[in-house]
Ligand binder design. Structure first.
Ligand code: NDP
Ligand code: OXD
Length: 309
């Protein structure tokens, strides 16, 4: 059994060691050392390049090295009919929950303002943050968004979720579909995007969405840069309508040095690290998927390419 590994951001040696610790018989080849293409049965990839997987005649599984699969669905030259799976993994989900809670609380407790006071050696008190009066909206209440919504509800925030179909999460108000978006945004003092990137969700955080948010709203995007119209965000920040934004992802990664986001005083940026798959916790799922496909069964977390997530 031979697996081909490709990622520019994950350490291939760590992955090889973790995979072989579970299945010592698994041969792991690191791109571009493909060897005989006919021997490759599994591709474990993050953002494969055009045509990279096209010449693998016996490929039986394309396994995403992450929860998102937009990087696969947008890659051209993927072999047709090969099942694609994404990673759904508690450790990754927990990182995402930590990240969004961190961003929301950092804003809610006005840490940026207190840092400014500290820089000026000023002992200055702002009005207290009222958690129960603060409304947070979570866009996408799937595996990750649902956990984020519950974690925020646990602090006492008023939390709502927006999804494609109605959700029924305890204590979380549900909005859904195109018609539900404007009322959902209108009641969100803080909005956190945890949607998959699909043709329907691309550019969804744009000037219309920002106009629908209450004045002073705060935007967190921990999903994909393609959700956000960066020019519209900067305009909404500069006009004073939005109070700030916390972004883990950008339309182009790495973010170009010329981007206005780098030095914008109301933006906090991280380099797509909200949730990072760990070989230690994710390898077992990859090995299990290889075994399932070998047994002619569907892999765990099979992606529906037609739905786009
Ligand atoms: P899921 O597939 O479990 O959940 C997706 C959610 O989005 C569902 O609630 C779904 O609605 C909703 N949704 C999809 N399309 C639409 C639409 N057109 N309108 C409204 N709602 C929609 O995904 P995960 O929770 O596992 O992951 C979400 C995303 O987070 C990933 O796709 C990835 O891009 C991103 N991510 C980012 C990371 C980072 O480090 N920054 C790390 C991990 C993930 P419904 O419930 O009705 O199906
Ligand atoms: C993912 C990611 O989708 O890392 O897992 O962004």
């Amino acid at each position: 059994m031979t697996l081909l590994f490709y990622s520019k951001v994950d350490d291939p040696d760590d992955w090889r060691a973790a995979l072989q610790a579970i299945d010592p018989g698994l041969e792991v080849r690191i791109w571009p050392a493909v060897g005989d293409p006919a021997e490759i049965e599994t591709a474990l990839v993050w953002r494969p390049e055009t045509g990279m997987l096209a010449g693998l005649p016996n490929l039986t599984l394309i396994q995403s090295l992450g929860a998102g699969i937009d990087h696969l669905l947008r890659a051209t030259g993927l072999p047709a009919g090969v099942p694609m799976a994404r990673l759904v993994e508690p450790a990754l989900t927990s990182q995402m929950v930590e990240y969004v809670v961190l961003a929301a609380l950092h804003h809610h407790r006005r840490i940026e303002a207190y840092r400014d006071f500290q820089a000026r050696a000023e002992w200055h008190l702002l009005p207290p943050a009222d958690t129960e009066a603060t409304r947070i909206g979570v866009m996408g209440v799937g595996v990750i968004g649902a956990k984020v919504a519950h974690a925020l509800r646990g602090f006492g925030f008023q939390v709502a979720g927006w999804s494609r179909t109605p959700s029924a999460l305890d204590g979380i108000e549900s909005f859904h579909g195109a018609d539900g978006l404007a009322p959902f945004l209108a009641r969100s003092d803080i909005v956190a995007c945890l949607l998959p990137l699909t043709p329907e969700t691309e550019g969804i955080l744009d000037k219309d969405a920002f106009a629908a948010l209450p004045s002073d709203a705060y935007v967190i995007n921990a999903a994909r840069g393609g959700h956000l119209n960066e020019e519209d965000l900067v305009a909404a920040l500069d006009s004073g309508h939005l109070s700030g934004a916390w972004l883990d992802v950008c339309r182009e990664e790495p973010l170009p040095a010329t981007s206005a986001l780098w030095h914008h005083p109301k933006v906090i940026l991280t380099p797509h690290i909200a949730g990072v798959v760990l070989p230690r916790t994710s390898s077992a799922q990859v090995i299990e998927n290889i075994a399932l496909v070998r047994a002619s069964r569907p892999p765990l977390n099979l992606v529906d390419p037609a739905r786009g997530y």
